[in-house]
Design a protein around this ligand. Sequence first.
Ligand SMILES: [Zn+2]
Length: 353
Amino acid sequence: MMKGLLIPICLTACALTACAPVTQRPQVDDKAVAEEARKQSELALQDLAEDQTRLFRISYPILARGADLCADDFHPAIGIRHGNVQSVPKEMRDAAVRVLGLTDELQVIQVAAGSPAARAGLQARDVILAVDGKAIHAGERASDHFAELFAGAAKARNAVELKLRRATAEMTLGVEHERACAYPVLLHSSDVINAFADGRQVIVTRGMLRFIRDDLELAVVIGHELAHNSMGHIRKQMGNQFLGTLLDVLAASRGVNTQGLFGSAAGAVFSKDFEAEADYVGLYFTARGGYEVDKAPNFWRRMAAANPGGIQQRGFGASHPSTPERFLALEKIVEEIRAKTVAGRTLAPEIKP
Ligand SMILES: [Zn+2]
């Protein structure tokens, strides 16, 4: 009885005093708040830059060494990530100027170890001024313009000439190019643990980067998604009239909250056979990228543990390989790759006669 009365009385009392806080807290001044906001946006930018650096460091060798597995979908590459202040999200641009020294001009952001660019001596922060004597526009379209000029130059010759500015010195370096799968691996800002392929590119969420424990696990995810692209799964599954995005990885458990990440394509998932094929071909990509794949099956086990709903017995209505089945199949794939490595054979998936 008393309880029922207390609540209305309390609410009335609150209304009368406007429920103002009664403690005397330390005050912060506006200048300090602005300074802290600056610091936080720098931290956010550094975090983003670290994720992008990691994704490129792991993905580039897989794309380059797996070029033979990408059929006709390869392009010339030199192993750099480039950009300017306009390639950074608007709210982080001020921080990008301060922390990364970005400007309107196109810069080398990252050079992949062992890549043609590394061999030619390119360095992060080099400003790219021209390709084969043709100047690159600064500003919004700088990256696209570089890509166009580079594609044209690479078609004509085995090496391209890059005019650079390093600190105050200008220099021209000849850079040979190599073949790499033409499926850029991009970062998505979502916190959802996922990765997906859309036939042209591979997207990995920042949530996934937080979930993976080591480079191998990320290489397994990238290999799997590349395989969906290289094997033409999107086209085969969805038909040519609609090239949409398919949910992946986490979709194996269904009922996942995609937080609007996948738009209208949400709910479309790869068939069980395509998933199994992406596991198979994907591990070849990972192995060619220079990874020991022995521990790869364990990654899918961890994914299953993160999504217990996805663990089912074989059969019953499952369009995805159930996790126990998937794990055992992966162990067999690891054995096959190990045997080929020992025998010094080319690492390529077996194709049906
Ligand atoms: Zn998949």
